[in-house]
Design a protein around this ligand. Sequence first.
Ligand code: EPU
Length: 419
Amino acid sequence: MGKLKVCGGNTLRGSLRVQGAKNSVLPILAASILVRGESLLRNCPNLKDVDAAIAILRYLGCQVTRDEGDVHIDSAAIVRRDIPDELMREMRSSVIFLGAILGRCGEAVLSMPGGCELGPRPINLHLDALRVLGAEIEEHGGNIICRAERLVGASVHLASPSVGATENAMLAAVSAVGETIITNAAREPEIVDLQNFLKAAGARIHGAGTPTITIQGGGMMRPVTHRIMPDRIVAATYLSAVAFAGGRLELEDIVPGHVTAVTDALRAAGCEITVREDNLQLVSTGRLRAISPVMTGPYPGFPTDAQPCLLTACVKSKGTTVFMENIFQNRYRYVEELRRMGADIKLEGRVAVVTGVERLTGAAVSAADLRGGAALVVAALGAAGETVISEAEHIDRGYDGIAETLGALGADVERTDDV
Ligand code: EPU
């Protein structure tokens, strides 16, 4: 089991280039199945979830090679249309392959992704969208079997703006005959990145980033080169870390507009933030003040994935801050670990009330999920003494070289896998 050992208290200083976005590269890897030929993806982060998606592509018959941040996929020959259970279990978001395999092969067989660390993860909205496009879906023995001799464009209204359901509907619709209009679509920047990839490959699609996406399906997808957008949640994590530990951070190669909800909150907490075109600077004394209630919501609302790190940045602030988690049921599992370090946090259902304390003290804690694990790293950086975070492999699912990145900023972080 992986561990991270952090000695807190160092001021953090420096600049870093933000990695490519996990939640953008995963659906785009799935989308590469629709290209009859080569896709070259640039700026791909080196993450466990990316390894899992590549393992699925190889199983399906794609030739995949990697060279640093470049991933080449040749999808000329797809020989399978199922994803075995062990590959599905590696990564919950493998359900994103459903629309793409169905579109390419006319049939897709996946095992049910089931729940995950964040609570139940239903896929009803994904399946409803595919049904509207003409898929017949059977669920038995823990498998989902999706078939469509011909997908036909249609009006797909999502009951709520699910990111994954929007992506699945887009991927199936580019292969459908005729026009699809997706309404109440998710507006996350990762949806726009997926649209940019599909467009570059010849798809006729517009509207991503708004609630209505229009797709003229049926065209052939041609070879494409695409650069993955920067990861806004990784940016939010490092901003929160420096806000909490104190210091100065320059983030390069980001889209500042993608993190406005986070920078607005950090500014209100007392950080100085300067925004330039693709660059953002934060200066913090490490002594923050409480802020107005933070409520997570679909983009452009406050991102649920940034909630654990921002909440952690508030645990030593002057006053009380209220958080309300509106997306996932089990987003507060890291709170118990923060309490072990001395934080004062009251939980009631989806609400967390954080009252600032004078200091946090290092402790032995455990990462229960990806973003909760990142929050423990943030906490450890601003705590007195040593923190050992076990089950750190959760963190590796989303952060490319977190120990090295923080080390370059002056933090004392060490990977101690065999402790
Ligand atoms: N939902 C349903 N039915 C569905 C789909 C979703 O009820 O068919 C519910 C979910 O249970 C949840 C809410 O709708 O309560 C939002 O889920 P959504 O489908 O938008 O999320 P997702 O596509 O499963 C992606 C990210 C998550 C991120 C969420 C919200 C990827 C691979 N994952 O998940 O990222 O938290 O959007 O922004 O894009 C992470 O990176 O740590 C992570 C969990």
